[in-house]
Design a protein around this ligand. Structure first.
Ligand SMILES: O=C(O)CCC(=O)C(=O)O
Ligand SMILES: [Fe+2]
Length: 270
């Protein structure tokens, strides 16, 4: 079943990943790995850092229900990476940190920040999201094709320096918007709030605290586009697609390996 889905998606995906590379100018070579996550309204993804198998730029396309991604400052990874605890392990896609010890390891003096991931939006974060300062761009695709809006650089938001950040999405069907840094930019493209399309109204509504939560009423699909580094990844010209129905559960991962130089019947599931 997942194979059929990918066959249908592949031509569009190839165009999208190519366009992300061209417009962002942040990937040194074509994106060769797309992870498709499907989240039910009460599902999220535990706080983690993406692993060393990837070039440190991530582009996440969001579809379906909105969600809030939290960026959490974290000290333990710095300590652990010094001690080698989170050393590269080849094909691991992420360094996960269990939430059970979170209160011990979060740094209360530093800010947690969140990004509202609206449908048809593209979040790109890079380099220092793996270790140190977070800089990221947030671009919004309009739902109409071919209109990539100018990137909004939100790196001026007050992220503390020299810390590691984890990113994650809470396992809840209601997400708080109080730490979200892009409410206005996110919601102004939301067709569900047509009366607030005027930016000034949006800013007014935001400052009056009108937007407190977002409800996740249906499924969210995300496409995490990355570049697998050559040593650990498949061949150069392949697009490696992973479909993960339940995030972070390796037993449900499905791998579909495309080689565009071959006939599509050569796709392999793993
Ligand atoms: O679904 C998302 O938006 C995030 C996915 C993610 O962080 C990951 O797969 O590493
Ligand atoms: Fe991630």
């Amino acid at each position: 079943m997942h194979t059929v889905l990918c066959l249908q998606l592949y031509p569009q995906l190839n165009g999208v990943t190519k366009r992300i590379c061209e417009e962002a100018g942040l990937f040194p070579s074509p994106i060769n790995h797309v992870l498709i996550n499907e989240y039910l309204p009460d599902q999220g993804i535990m706080p983690h850092q993406d692993g060393p198998a990837y070039f440190p730029v991530v582009a996440i396309i969001s579809l379906g229900s909105p969600a809030v991604m939290n960026f959490t400052p974290h000290s333990r990874l710095m300590e652990s990476s010094r001690s080698g605890r989170y050393a590269a392990d080849g094909d691991s896609s992420s360094n996960e940190v269990g939430s059970e010890n979170e209160t011990d390891i979060c740094l209360p003096n530093h800010q947690h920040s969140s990004i509202l991931l609206m449908p048809c939006s593209l979040l790109i974060f890079k380099d220092e999201a793996y270790s140190g300062v977070v800089h990221y761009l947030f671009n919004i695709f309009s739902c109409s094709p071919n209109s990539l809006r100018s990137p909004m650089n939100v790196s001026s938001h007050p992220f503390p320096q020299f810390l590691d950040y984890l990113h994650g999405i809470e396992d809840r069907n209601v997400h708080q918007l109080d730490k979200v840094v892009n409410i206005v930019e996110g919601l102004k493209h939301d067709r569900r709030v047509p009366s607030l399309l005027d930016t000034e109204d949006m800013v007014g509504a935001e400052s009056s605290g009108q937007f407190k939560i977002i409800e996740r009423t249906n499924t969210r699909i995300s496409l995490t586009c990355r570049l697998v580094l050559k040593e650990s990844g498949p061949c150069d010209h392949c697009l490696f697609i992973v479909i993960r129905a339940v995030p972070m559960d390796s037993t449900t991962q499905r791998f579909v390996h495309f080689d565009p130089t071959m006939d599509s019947t050569n796709m392999k599931n793993g």
